[in-house]
Ligand binder design. Structure first.
Ligand code: FES
Ligand SMILES: [Fe+2]
Length: 430
């Protein structure tokens, strides 16, 4: 075992996870162990939204850790997911990102599969003219695709490789369920479009970023300058904490009154706040909130790779696709609602662009992650992050935003599910 690697229990010196070993972001063995214990472990991995599979035969491809999967809607309207690898000699079965098909046929030797992943056709099964073919012992029913367990909740479809994952609702937890209801159920969603962003940083750095309201009003100067996000805003975090099944979080912030004087005081001496700066075209910052409950930003983070985010009136499903320890692809599905007016759709596209990878927010987050990954890779071995903002000790709900407590919650669950606390049934590797 690499000294100081994530799976070295000595690398975690504090029980409140206010110290996290840097090696956890770069170590190749740790990454392999994450694929085994997290992505193929007792969790529910986000696959897609039901509206992306509107008809019998609709399919999409996605990733769970390092494993590519295909998700389908079958003739009986059920949803299914399986590894995107032929049961014959392993060829990638589906190369399209999404599409529609009556069955799935491997290009190599044309084995074909039902929408449920069952093997239905094998060319030359009985050979030709009494010669060749498969032996009599070969049963198609023994050679289906590797199928995942699938459960959905209010349109969100999840898959699990594990034999006995917790019930999906238990895994999501009561706060997450209420946020999903608020964001995606009260109005019928539709997909406005997709964006992908390659970030040269570890997938867990993004998990930290979305649980970190502390940086929101510091890194994202555009938001501060024009009043979109400021440290004076009301807000806090809500935690679903049950170490056995779940550990998900929300960051919530609500619009505040005009607090320019207080903001100016908070930034005094930094040279980063100029209350007199104005936009030539302020349309972007005057998009009205459309939920009516006053929350400007709610970022729901569901372990291990799902984020459901509302920023102003932009609604997005962000999904992480790790690409080794040093890189992650962020896949963003932008949602609108069937009931939206053309003006509301226009506003959503406007703010989606502003938040996305070529706008002001996701671009900055990606760059911050790159800098962290670079900094960690090019320093002496060992060392830890310091996570003390907002207080140390137990992870709990807060009614303030300058905190890193929800990041410590992520690590708490990570540490447990990786088997580092010696929980029953999970051995630490020697
Ligand atoms: S590898 Fe798919 S049919 Fe042979
Ligand atoms: Fe950010």
């Amino acid at each position: 075992m690499n000294k100081g690697a994530a799976h070295d229990p000595d690398a975690w010196p504090t029980s409140d996870f206010s110290r996290v070993p840097y090696a956890v972001f770069t170590d190749a063995d740790t990454y392999q162990l994450e694929n085994e214990r997290i992505f193929r472990g007792p969790v529910w991995n986000y696959l897609c939204h039901e509206v992306e599979l509107p008809q019998v035969g609709s399919f999409v491809t996605n990733w769970i850790g390092d494993t590519q999967v295909v998700v389908t809607r079958s003739e009986d309207q059920g949803f299914h997911a399986f590894e995107n690898s032929c049961a014959h000699r392993g060829a990638q079965l589906v190369t399209a990102v999404r599409g529609r098909a009556q069955s799935l046929t491997c290009p190599y030797h044309l084995w074909s599969y039902s929408l449920k992943g069952e093997l239905t056709g094998v060319p030359l099964l009985k050979g030709l003219k009494g010669k060749g073919g498969m032996p009599a012992s070969f049963q198609k029913s023994d050679h289906g695709l590797h199928v995942l367990k699938v459960q959905s909740h209010e349109g969100l479809i999840f898959g699990s490789f594990h034999d006995a994952p917790p019930d999906l609702k238990t895994f999501l937890g009561p706060h997450s369920l209420s946020q999903i209801d608020r964001l995606l159920v009260q109005r019928k969603p539709k997909v406005l479009g997709y964006l992908r962003q390659r970030i040269p940083g570890n997938w867990k750095l993004y998990n930290e970023n979305v649980r970190d309201p502390y940086h929101g009003s510091l890194l994202h100067q555009f938001q501060v300058s024009f009043g979109l996000q400021q440290p004076t805003m009301q807000g806090g975090i809500k935690v679903d904490a049950d170490l056995k099944n779940t550990w998900n979080h929300s960051i919530l912030s609500a619009a505040d009154k005009d607090n320019q004087a207080l903001v100016a005081e908070a930034y005094e001496g930094t040279g980063k706040f100029n209350p007199d700066m104005k936009m030539a075209d302020p349309a972007l910052i005057h998009v009205p909130l459309d939920l009516g409950d006053g929350y400007k930003t709610t970022i729901l983070s569901i372990f291990p790779t799902l984020v459901i985010a509302q920023v102003d009136n932009t609604y997005a499903i962000r999904h992480l696709r790790p690409k080794g320890p040093n890189e992650v692809e962020l896949h963003i599905t932008y949602l609108g609602f069937e009931s939206d007016t053309p003006e509301q759709t226009h506003d959503k596209m406007l703010t989606a662009n502003f938040i996305g990878p070529s706008g002001y927010i996701s671009l900055e987050d990606g760059e911050a992650l790159r800098l962290v990954q670079q900094g960690i890779r090019h320093r002496r071995p060992g060392g830890h992050e310091v996570l003390e903002m907002g207080g140390v000790g137990p992870v709990q709900d807060t009614d303030y935003l300058s905190q890193e407590i929800s990041i410590r919650g992520f690590w708490h669950f990570y540490h447990h599910i990786m088997g580092l606390d010696g929980a029953p049934g999970q051995e630490t590797t020697a």
